[in-house]
Design a protein around this ligand. Sequence first.
Ligand SMILES: [Fe+2]
Ligand SMILES: [Fe+2]
Length: 751
Amino acid sequence: MNTPLSGMAAPVAVIFLAVALILKRYLFKKPIPSKVWFGNLSTSATEDVTLDLPSSPRKQTTVPPVVNNRVSQDREAESEDLVSIKKLYHQLHCLEQYPTVIPSAKRLLLSLLKETSSQAQTLPVYENILSIKQFSRKSLDIFQHRRNDHIGKEWEAYNARRKAGGRRELFQDRGEAIWWLKQISPVKYVDGAWLGHIDKVTTPFALRRTIKGAWQILSEELGDGDLRKNHVNLYHRLPQSVAPGFPTADMADFGSQRHELNSLSVWKSAVAQLLVSLMPHEFLPETLGFNLHFEGISMDTLKAVRELREVGIDPYYFILHVSIDNSHSGHSAIAIEIVSEYMGYMLRNHGESAAQNAWEKIQAGYLLSLGLPGTVTCPSSQQVRLLRQPSFSLVEEDVISIFKAKSKVVQGLHCCSKVLIGEYRVAEWLDPIALESPRWQRNLLDALGDNRYWIRRGNSSESRFIRELEWNGRMFGSFTHAEYKIMKYWIDEMSDISRILRDDQAGQKLDSSKLEDEEILSGHPVFRPVVEIWNHYKYPSLSSFTSFPFQDIPALQITSNPIPTNLIPLWLAHPCLLQGFVAVPFRTASHFACTVVKILRAQGGFEAEQECIAGLSELQRPDSLGLVGIGMNMLSAQGCSLVAVPSLVEVLQKWPNQFAIDLLHLSHRPVEFRGLLIGVASAFAKLHEAMVKLEPSYLAPGDRNILRDIVDREMDGLKICWEELQADERLYVECCKGYLLAAEEIQKCFE
Ligand SMILES: [Fe+2]
Ligand SMILES: [Fe+2]
């Protein structure tokens, strides 16, 4: 290459030329991989797309061959993150099989929270929850009101557009509607998952009402135990009705390339939902914030109701979400209530500074849901989308300002470098006229950000681009220190899913069961093999064992007074037993799991199932103590205040009980030990029955009546579970053995 510019006075121009030369040099030395990425373009491979690049250095505005090429390159570049996130999605559905994924899953959650929070500064005020600097119920109500008003106006405007002859906006015809339904299925198949792990018996007792409100939403997402009303089941019927054989979310095949579910943003949204409640003791405020946004009405839901009907597809799933999430008595209303409840708890128990910290975490959770909407644009709407103005974060605006400033200096230089960043050469990207176009700016940022040769997303110190700006680098001096810092910050803020998930998952197993006990008491998901759990007990051997039917369950011999120090820890721990059955929404889409939902509702003190949902009224219902509430009253009868003994953790410090801890371990394995858990839960149901009958009563009169009602409902459910388990001999035998083992331990709670 000759050097016609060597005498130029403008040093930056020279440096930029040098940059181009370096790029070229690298190109020839080590070809940049052909997988380049270009903006958000992911259109049909056969479609011609007109870009809004009137000032593009390339004169033509219609670029079909390039677009076609770009599409395949997009997929290639996305594939590493896509493969990683699809794998995680499957693993989070089957955590018992993949417990070692939890540390990297947590890292990903933190990264997604950071990513979506950093995008928030540029949000419009009606949906920017950061506008509430300090929490108050009033300010939250006003904020939600404003958001609903805005959606209402958008909806009116949409209807006006349609009335005036405007086309559909989600999809154009039935074929595209089916494509759309399939594409969003990774998100819809986890409907409810953001609350799936929220109810832990180790949560502070003072938060029971908050958790109960959240669980009421979860219960309604799961149809309150009615399979017809179960949201995931309802959604599954949609793609099934139009594309029979479409897989279910828990199947490894679901992420297979042959289904072409390739929207990274949809998978990210789905995984965020599976992750956010997985560690509720660490991320409870984030979960409540996520719920607060997620339960709000969305334009896509409203449009889907109208447009699915227009193409002859039953929109009931979407109609249901318009009504059940309402902000008067529905999920939106509960969401505000439990955020307020939680903030009150934080203020009362931990003071102003901790409450402010909690509010910021709630905001982060809200932004996580807002920032990962889980939607896709249909091929026929890609062109419309391309014409929309792209948006930028603050740091992206700064990066563009830097490029624009540099571009003016190099204006008129005809760099002959052939190095490509994305689809264009460096000199082309830096054309000052082209750089005035927001779409061009967006594409430049995306192309550079996704060029793995120059940029390591989330890691500026390993990025070649940054290293070349530093001392001994070939671009040293071309950027000021302030510009250098902006470039570093921009790169560090980028997410890189595959890198986060790639980190070694081996060696994660804790080597001490004592440590595992501490972990499980802190609410962390721990998956200990059941052989280790049962080490402490005389587990009946299979050969010497005869199973028995539900109606012949041997009764517990309880006629004497309880030993509170034995009974109370077990009582407060055992409501955990069946919670794992409802943690992953797709596994609730069965008759068996729906029955478990009903048992859990009884145990949690929720009203017996009615034709209509309870919504917010469940939180206002008197006499709604569940098993934990009754246990708290037992604790108080022993003179223990909530200040002295605020949670099960302190109860077990006061009165250690290994069986209680082992119940927690067991509850994390509802797939492998389905039978065993039902057997153990049945022994506790028999304990409840015996406590109702015990004279003189150990319970307060009101609590006795409440427990009587719980027993009736849980026995009905357990009977059904036992009958279903009979279809599998191994599970049924495990169920009977679980019953006997737990019954023996329960007997130790009485004199
Ligand atoms: Fe739902
Ligand atoms: Fe909902």
